[in-house]
Design a protein around this ligand. Sequence first.
Ligand code: ZN
Length: 269
Amino acid sequence: MPELPEVEVTRRSFADRVRGARVLGVRLGKPLRWPLGRDAQGLTGRTVHDVRRRGKYLLLHLDDGVLLLHLGMSGSLNFQRELPPPGPHDHFDLLTTQGTLRLHDPRRFGAAVWAPAPDQQPALRLLAGLGVEPLEEGQFDAGEFHRQLKARRAPIKQVLLAGDVVVGVGNIYASEALFLAGIRPTVRASRLSRLRADRLHAAIREVLARAVERGGSTLRDFSSATGESGHFQLEAAVYGRAGQPCVRCATPLKQIRQGQRSTFFCPVC
Ligand SMILES: [Zn+2]
């Protein structure tokens, strides 16, 4: 599933190239998770001013509104001057004077949704309840993070996954950040001391920034991919490594289930 780093790398792969483009038309494939919510051809003639990101949504700011794109479980975006004719899994093409932006999404949990502004429906509903952005300067505050955790009785891993305290810490990154911070995934969020919350705060930023950087270093290949998803994963220290020796202490890593999701951790570290 595309996580925040993949979505951010996707944004960087085409934001500069699409800026200033004029929309020539829209091509819709099979229905996605939510309908576009407007007459698609009505977008023709609009200019793309900017591409921003909120959580795992990409926001294309046009003259009179915003197009929200979500990659769902299996989606990927491609922006090229020339693209081959759409295949059976290409469900949204935004044709512009600077190229075609295509959403490829075999499982169709992704979406392209129109809203007059980010703070109006349906954008408001989709973006409501999202926690702070971990990588935006000045948004993710360690003290505030600790205060929020104090109020949660659920296991820390679950609290991170919920995304209402901080966005973008998906399943892989939660296991990795907790390992890096030396915190057991099952501990109640409310029991973390300020010191440990600070360590987790730093670990989250480090893990996500490293993943974006890694994706960024492959940006050239990524943006020239045709149909290939371009997903990448950080070199995981614990995720997907159950039974293998811990990189720090060589104890075999453990795998447990938390809320239907796999958690990986070192029982010692
Ligand atoms: Zn260990």
